[in-house]
Design a protein around this ligand. Structure first.
Ligand SMILES: Cc1ncc(C[n+]2csc(CCOP(=O)(O)OP(=O)(O)O)c2C)c(N)n1
Length: 286
């Protein structure tokens, strides 16, 4: 771990804003931090322009606080609400054409492995449910089939939030949205099950109402993608603006979902379990 890349040269030190200095001195770079440490370190993302009560913004905050090595991480995004917080975070971030995130992430990971063979560079595709389950579905699945060592994170708000409320493949059947007045006509696409079938070594389904589970899943997924293979974390991040609930009920909405269609699930292959227990990230089986 090193914060060399963000340490300003002496001549510019005084010119930099306090926010930047705080990040260098008290950011998540010198030691491994996680959800339990929130409040004790300067976060990678602290301000964002999302709607009040945005589930996606909360998911991003929790996910970024759980990165095992933020200074060696690059997040690949795609158009959607997540762009706003991610592009304003102190993180390497690149936004692709809609749906292309897993293709770009695959190429980038391969390039980084060649350029830095001795170093773990974590590549994470972090996008909305439309970006994965609709336009990007084939690229996502094929990156898993190919065994690309990247992490895919779905910020599932069950709607195209950014474009005013069209249905996505992840919208619940029957749900009426601003631009789906008759209600969604088919079931939520089982992307979590597809991830297991398509070869992900680790997959988890979590919500923003369980930050510790979310953090553990994110960390395990990123670490597993370094050595074993593709990984997937699906985060329920409800949208008050489009799902039409008061902005102070995001967490309770997610809590309710944990009892119905967003029950916590974690999956890992034997190889992933052996790897994670070898580095002390999961307890050995009795
Ligand atoms: C090729 C292409 N098609 C459509 C769009 C328009 N577009 C931008 S964001 C978006 C929806 C994103 O929805 P989702 O991935 O669920 O993310 P959210 O905004 O809900 O976080 C669409 C359709 C685009 N930018 N590019």
């Amino acid at each position: 771990m090193s914060n060399k890349i963000i340490t300003p040269v002496k001549e510019f030190e005084d010119l930099l804003p306090q926010e930047y200095k705080d990040l260098v001195n008290n950011g998540p770079y010198n030691q491994r931090v996680g959800i339990d440490d929130l409040g004790d370190f300067k976060e990678i993302t602290e301000a964002h322009p999302h709607c009040a009560g945005c589930g996606v913004a909360l998911a991003i905050r929790l996910a970024l606080a759980s990165l095992p090595a933020p200074q060696d991480t690059i997040v690949i995004g795609t158009p959607g609400c997540s762009f706003f917080a991610l592009s304003q975070s102190a993180l390497n971030y690149s936004c692709t054409a809609f749906g292309n995130q897993n293709s770009v992430a695959s190429g980038l990971k391969r390039m980084l492995q060649i350029r830095f063979p001795e170093k773990d560079k974590d590549v994470i595709a972090m996008v909305g449910d439309g970006g994965i389950a609709d336009i990007g579905l084939d690229y996502t699945l094929h990156s898993w089939f190919r065994g690309e060592k990247i992490t895919t994170v779905m910020l599932d708000n069950e709607v195209y939030g950014n474009t005013g409320g069209q249905e996505s493949g992840m919208t619940l059947k029957g749900k009426v949205l601003n631009m789906a007045p008759k209600g969604k006509q088919f079931e939520k696409i089982p992307v979590f099950e597809m991830a297991k079938t398509a070869g992900c070594a680790y997959a988890a389904k979590v919500t923003v109402a369980s930050p510790k589970k979310l953090g553990t899943a994110l960390t395990r997924a990123v670490l597993t993608s370094r050595e074993v293979g593709p990984t997937y974390v699906q985060i329920y991040s409800p949208c008050p603006t489009n799902l039409k609930f008061p902005p102070n009920q995001t967490v309770s909405t997610a809590k309710d979902a944990e009892k119905s269609h967003y029950i916590y699930e974690e999956y890992m292959t034997e190889e992933a379990r052996t790897y994670l227990s070898g580095i002390g990230e999961v307890k050995e089986r009795a």
